[in-house]
Design a binder for this molecule. Structure first.
Ligand code: UD1
Ligand code: MG
Length: 474
């Protein structure tokens, strides 16, 4: 079956996201806990969008308002449509969740397929789900994603007859001792033909060990009425792992980061240790990029050819152009670092910083909304805020732009080739003209003319016969 044909037949993806997640011990609804910097639910919705269904139905319950707002934002960010919500309150099982979903998907194509996903199972891949959809379409029936586990505890077991036909799926709490020995389990992912789903869901009962309406009871119903039922073995079980606790979230976070690290290395990025990088967004790299240990990348980060990132740096929405180096322990946010520039160690670039080609920003230097021109240097202990600094400028250690008068921010302009002596304060608004030299320790309150030495400093004196006071003993 061609992909488009399959997409046409995928009437709905239902995402179950009503669970409370008590074991997270958090006020945040479980499906909004992040993996890779964005809610688990977004990963699932993005996978759903990749399958191009006619509609996505999100079943919400606990924290419905927040979950709904978050889902809407995610779908809008992907310019997708067709998102609907079904309220399940209180949750009475996965079968009940599907009954709720059904109530908002009565339109659509009766002969279409319905795929069930889980808001707390974020790593499932679209490719795996396409296989499941093809299996259901090919069999004109149900398809279940299954796995053989050495330790099947906690999962619903797949019961088959001697010929290998699937007879049903029995929950662990309802299983006989023999059934508990079955190692083939239900991962939860399921494709259902929409036409048969409604009548079957209507017949569900909650007469079982948990007093819940089990979606998995549909498996035995399908068998009983002769509807084909196929099991598809998942090739990587870790895709189907869900999150019930902080520990499981952290485990999936590492798995997700490992996948991203693998993808970066496959693109040629050199990682000092793929186990010690966190990408919480998009990291786009040119050729021969090297990233040392402990770095965190957030939002959209672009690293040009030959860029080197030292250990323990944080880059948020940053562009680092070819050949630039970010040294250890630097923090950069919404900044552009020009080619061959060197930043850090221990530098802080705040939003609106633009560094020119070959410029240097050294230790304990902070820049905010400041442009530092090509080959200019601010190597030590400075604060440069709201400043426009030209090319080949030397900013001495301890220089501060006094950009804030307590009410308003003002700009400092330093033109090409200026030299700012150490420990100077530039009281904005003020301009240092081209080629000017500012003497060390100057408090500059009016513009410094080009090519002259400007300094504000009381003349140094020495008192020859001065005696240091001595303590008088009584
Ligand atoms: C379910 C399956 C089980 C399978 C296992 C895989 C059923 C009856 N059992 O069991 O066969 O091996 O998943 O992990 O389906 N949810 C709702 N509303 C509800 C109940 C659940 O939205 O009323 C959501 C939960 O938030 C969760 C998911 O559905 O995301 C699964 O629910 P859970 O109760 O954890 O199912 P299991 O008991 O693990
Ligand atoms: Mg349960």
């Amino acid at each position: 079956m061609s992909k488009t044909h399959q997409a046409e037949r995928l009437d709905a993806v239902v995402v179950l996201a009503a669970g409370k997640g008590s074991r997270m011990k958090s006020d945040l609804p479980k499906v909004l806990h992040p993996i890779g910097g964005r809610p688990m639910l977004h990963h699932v919705l993005e996978t759903a969008v990749a399958l191009s269904p006619q509609r996505i139905v999100c079943v919400v319950g606990h924290g419905a308002d927040r979950v709904q707002a978050s889902a809407e934002a995610c779908i809008a960010a992907h310019s997708a449509t067709g998102l609907r919500f079904a309220l399940q309150d209180p949750p009475q099982g996965t079968g009940h969740a599907m009954q709720c979903a059904l109530s908002v998907m009565a339109d659509g194509q009766p002969e279409g397929l319905c795929l069930v996903l889980y808001g707390d199972v974020p790593l499932i891949r679209a490719e795996t789900l396409r296989k499941l959809l093809s299996a259901a379409a090919g069999a004109h029936g149900f398809a279940l994603l299954t796995a053989e586990l050495a330790d099947p505890r906690g999962y619903g077991r797949i019961v088959r007859d001697a010929q290998g036909q699937i007879l049903g799926c029995v929950e662990e709490k309802d299983a006989s001792a023999d059934q508990r020995n079955i190692r083939e389990v239900n991962t939860g992912f399921m494709v259902l033909p929409k036409a048969q789903m409604g009548p079957m869901l209507a017949r569900l009962s909650n007469d079982n060990a948990q007093g819940e309406y089990y979606l998995t009871d549909l498996v035995a119903m399908a068998h009983a009425q002769g509807t084909p039922m196929v099991g598809v073995a998942v090739s990587d079980f870790s895709e189907t792992l869900g999150v019930n606790s902080q520990s499981q979230r952290a485990d999936l976070e590492r798995r997700f980061q490992a996948l991203q690290a693998e993808a970066l290395m496959a693109e040629g990025v050199s990682l000092a240790d793929p186990g010690r990088i966190d990408v919480r967004g998009q990291l786009l790299c040119g050729r021969d990029v090297h990233v040392d240990v402990g770095c965190v990348f957030e939002g959209r980060v672009v690293l040009g050819d030959g860029v080197r990132i030292g250990p323990h740096c944080v880059l948020v929405d940053v562009e680092v152009q070819a050949g630039a180096r970010i040294e250890a322990f630097s923090h950069l946010q919404k900044a552009v670092v020009g080619p061959q520039a060197v930043v850090g160690p221990y530098a802080r670039l705040r939003p609106g910083t633009v560094l020119g080609e070959g410029s240097h920003v050294g230790n304990f230097t902070e820049l905010k909304a400041t442009e530092l021109g090509a080959h200019s240097k601010a190597n030590h202990l400075s604060y440069l805020g709201d400043a426009t600094i030209g090319a080949h400028v030397n900013v001495g250690a301890g220089t501060i732009t006094c950009n804030y008068d307590g009410a308003n921010k003002h700009r400092t302009i330093i033109e090409d080739g200026a030299f700012i002596g150490s420990d100077s304060q530039l009281v904005a608004p003020v301009t240092v003209h081209a080629g000017a030299t500012i003497g060390a320790g100057t408090t500059l309150t009016s513009d410094a003319p080009a090519d002259q030495l400007t300094l504000s400093r009381s003349r140094q004196t020495s008192i020859a016969r001065w005696k240091r006071p001595k303590k008088v003993s009584h």
